[in-house]
Design a binder for this molecule. Structure first.
Ligand code: ATP
Length: 801
């Protein structure tokens, strides 16, 4: 059967009284799935309705061979057999199967109309790009100098840019380390503007404002180095602390420590200590006792040591301390660290500097200016001066001043909720196809993609799905958050492509609920030059890997990872500022960033489409909206996806979809996910948690963006499908209280809603009971909202990380 032929199992005789006849005749249809669906509708209109087997209700209108070829006629029979055998059905569970009450809806039907004009890129069958032979001469080595990708001219001054020495960086040792170790010779615009002002010995506090990846870190770091090295009394790490750097995330703090102590290491005269928690406080104390010139940390941990560790006082004194940096300052505000910061300022002033901290310059640093642009005021930087490389005549801090790299290629794909997961697979897959020829001088292909999600549970779920969808292929699990998937698996179609057979995918997950040591190892592995996994360690073969990291916004700020090819915003950002930082992980000025940088944002049809206009305000080039169909076609057209059934008796395992059209492949892929979730209890739990947490997180979109992102606009049942779940949302949202103590109290009337706190100490179980009662009286959708709101109270800080 040809690709676009479809066997349809509908009685066309017009004589049947049973709707879909059990003696259905078979007709053959041509065309794409839309045409096929239209034809089905027309044919169905001609048939009398039935209560017995309502194909629409059972989700049987899907245009795919796997589910529907010859199926309708067998549904009744199958159900009967199942009942008789009393065995669970490992595959299809349909409405009416009372035991499960699950629902298999089709991926391509009942989807909301997309209003935005989308570009459907033509996909040429049988002559697809992925099918092209990758000839040696076709390979495109990444020649940084030649195509000037990393030069990022927008970041340098048009005129002859001054050298670092002209900016006040006089220490030969430092300039040499910059040239030799970091391969940096010419300062960027923000460095030219910022370094002289920071070094100058006046009291002005400073806001360094410049786009992501423009070199802000060295703008404040080099003056700190220079000040340390100018001190003729410098006795190494025990000579006193010159700079304190506060960061919102542990990852960013660890990265800064690595720059100072490893990448730009100029010996014992400049040494940093990092305090980020996640390890024993005792070992941090031990390191502090050795002395430090620069102290880096997250607010909570810094404050903790300031209050309790004696050796800190020994090294932080007004005689040496000159700079207090708040990197990603607006994020520090957003995360509610104001109180900690105020306490830190106070301890520094009163306890470390004897009541006078006038010699300490406060520096705020970010690519965005905070929600209301009043960041400086907010943290008492009353007398600050803004230094910006974004616009020459800029004085006010406003979001409009925040810029995105001109080299970034941003697009958008508007996807109905049911098709989100498959389209994500499609985008990842197509990134491999598009960049598979970009080899480095040693023949390696290392692509890196970051997929941003709204919450930890959703990160876990997507990591589990993509790393676990291997059928009978082996997953090489190095750590619990790293998994490699190789050729021949069902994870992504490109793994079955002959031209990409040497490719493998390494999946990572990163979020704040992981143990710190795992977070550090994962990031280190993802960022290392040859993320070597498993068997490849010993072989001399060139690496062909696509490293895909599923992460929360914990990875959106400040991280300078090498060679990020693609950023995917699978869940929309919580604020427009988050978008700027997420996409800022690519298209950076960096010796290791050898790609222009691409970003794709996923939006749902409907109100979310309006968000495009907001995004377009930030991007110089209009964002192109891609059609999800072309994404799916490109990914799923050329390689048949095999079913992963476990039903060996029925000999279904391993069989390909009967029709190898792209939509059949998409459906088979999705059914594989659904089956896997049905089979594995832990995966089901992960999917359920992922879905519920995603909804909760969605409710936290800020008020000014609620007109685009309001949970009321979402078809929750359809969204459920993108988590591979067949349950209805209400089943997932409300499970009732199974706590025995509460049930007993309920039974014997020991608990009532009006018991005061004095008479009856409310414990968490009693709160559960109150909640249950409240929920019972609500409509299903309101239940979901209420649950989200309740969880929000406790878990608000969890959502973003
Ligand atoms: N003058 C320079 N010439 C070439 N590369 C540079 C220069 N200055 C910094 N870089 C490199 O550019 C990359 C990005 O710099 P950096 O991390 O400081 O950006 P940023 O502005 O702080 O970004 P973000 O806002 O995302 O934190 C780093 O890899 C850094 O080594």
């Amino acid at each position: 059967m040809s690709d676009d032929m479809f066997l349809l199992n509908i009685d066309t005789s017009g004589t049947s009284t049973g709707g879909v006849s059990s003696k259905a005749t078979t007709s053959t249809m041509k065309g794409n799935w839309k045409q096929k669906r239209q034809m089905v509708k027309q044919m169905r209109k001609k048939q009398p309705k039935t209560n017995e087997v309502n194909t629409e209700q059972n989700g049987l209108v899907n245009m795919n061979a796997e589910l529907f070829n010859n199926r309708n006629a067998k549904v009744d029979k199958k159900k009967k057999n199942k009942k008789e055998q009393g065995k669970p059905n490992p595959g299809y569970k349909g409405k009416g199967d009372k035991k499960d009450d699950t629902f298999v809806s089709s991926l391509f039907s009942s989807n909301k109309e997309i209003k935005t004009k989308v570009v459907e890129e033509p996909v040429i069958e049988n002559d697809d790009v992925s099918k092209d032979e990758v000839k040696e001469e076709d390979k495109e080595p990444l020649d940084v100098e030649k195509d000037d990708i990393t030069k990022n001219n927008e970041l340098f001054d048009d005129q002859e840019t001054s050298a670092f020495v002209d900016l006040g960086i006089k220490s030969p040792k430092l300039v040499k380390a910059l040239n030799n170790k970091l391969k940096i010779e010419t300062p960027t615009r923000i460095q030219s503007l910022g370094i002289p002002k920071i070094i100058r010995d006046d009291q002005k506090n400073i806001f360094i404002h410049s786009r992501t990846g423009s070199g802000k870190t060295l703008t404040y770091l080099l003056p700190i180095y220079e000040t340390i090295l100018r001190n003729t009394q410098n006795l190494g790490r025990k000579s006193g602390c010159t700079g304190i750097i506060i960061t919102p995330t542990r990852e960013l703090a660890a990265q800064l420590e690595k720059i100072i102590n490893t990448s730009l290491n100029i010996g014992p005269s400049v040494q940093a200590v990092v305090l980020i928690g996640g390890e024993k406080k005792q070992s941090e104390k031990k390191r502090l006792r050795k002395g430090f010139n620069i102290l880096i940390g997250t607010p909570g941990r810094l404050l903790d040591h300031f209050k309790t560790t004696e050796s800190v006082k020994e090294y932080i004194k007004s005689s040496s301390l000159k700079y207090l940096v708040m990197d990603e300052g607006d994020r520090l505000m957003e995360l509610g660290f104001q109180k900690d910061l105020k306490d830190i300022f106070m301890i520094i002033k009163d306890e470390f500097c004897g009541g006078n901290d006038k010699s300490v310059k406060k520096i705020l640093c970010s690519a965005t200016t905070g929600k209301d642009g009043k960041l400086g005021e907010f943290i008492n930087l009353k007398d600050y001066q803004m230094i910006t490389a974004n616009s020459k005549d800029e004085e006010e801090l406003t979001i409009a001043n925040s810029k995105i790299s001109e080299t970034l290629v941003q697009d958008c794909v508007i996807v109905p909720p049911k098709l989100r997961l498959a389209t994500l697979a499609g985008v990842i897959n197509n990134t491999t196809i598009e960049h598979s020829k970009e080899v480095d001088s040693e023949g390696n292909v290392i692509l890196r993609t970051m997929v941003f999600l709204s919450c930890s549970d959703s990160v876990d779920f997507h990591f589990n799905i993509f790393s676990g969808l291997t059928g009978n292929k082996y997953i090489n699990r190095i750590e619990e958050s790293i998994a490699e998937t190789k050729t021949g698996s069902n994870v992504l179609p490109s793994l079955n492509d002959d031209n990409l057979k040497d490719f493998s995918y390494v999946f990572y997950k990163l979020h704040g609920s992981l143990h710190q040591s795992i977070r550090s190892k994962t990031l280190q592995h993802f960022g290392s030059n040859k993320a070597v996994v498993g068997k490849n360690v010993a072989s001399n073969k060139a690496y062909k890997k696509h490293l895909v990291m599923f992460c929360t916004d914990v990875a959106s700020r400040g991280l300078d990872l090498p060679h990020i090819t693609k950023v995917i915003e699978y869940d929309p950002p919580f604020t427009i500022e988050d978008h700027i930082h997420r996409v800022g992980r690519t298209a950076r000025l960096s010796a290791t960033q050898k790609v222009k940088g691409e970003a794709t944002i996923f939006l749902l049809p409907g109100e979310e489409e309006g968000y495009l206009a907001e995004l377009n305000k930030l991007h110089d080039n209009k964002i192109q909206s891609k059609g999800y169909e072309s994404v799916l076609k490109k990914a799923f057209l050329s390689n048949d996806i095999k079913r992963n059934d476990y039903d060996s008796k029925n000999e279904r395992k391993g069989k390909t979809a009967k029709a190898n059209s792209w939509d059949s492949n998409v459906t088979t892929w999705h059914m594989n996910v659904e089956r896997m979730i049905l089979e594995k209890e832990d995966l089901k739990k992960s999917a359920t948690n992922g879905f519920i947490s995603h909804i909760r997180a969605y409710t936290t979109h800020i008020a000014r963006e609620k007109k685009y992102f309001n949970v009321k606009f979402i078809h929750l049942g359809h969204l459920c499908k993108s988590f591979g779940l067949r349950e209805k949302p209400k089943q997932l949202a409300y499970t009732g209280n199974t706590n025995k103590k509460v049930q007993r109290k309920r039974k014997f009337g020991d608990i009532s809603d009006n018991e005061s706190g004095e008479e009856f100490q409310m414990d968490s179980e009693d709160e559960d009971f109150k909640r249950d009662t409240k929920l019972k009286n609500m409509s299903n959708k309101n239940k979901m909202f209420e649950l989200s709101r309740m969880a929000l109270k406790d878990l608000a800080s969890e959502f973003h990380y």
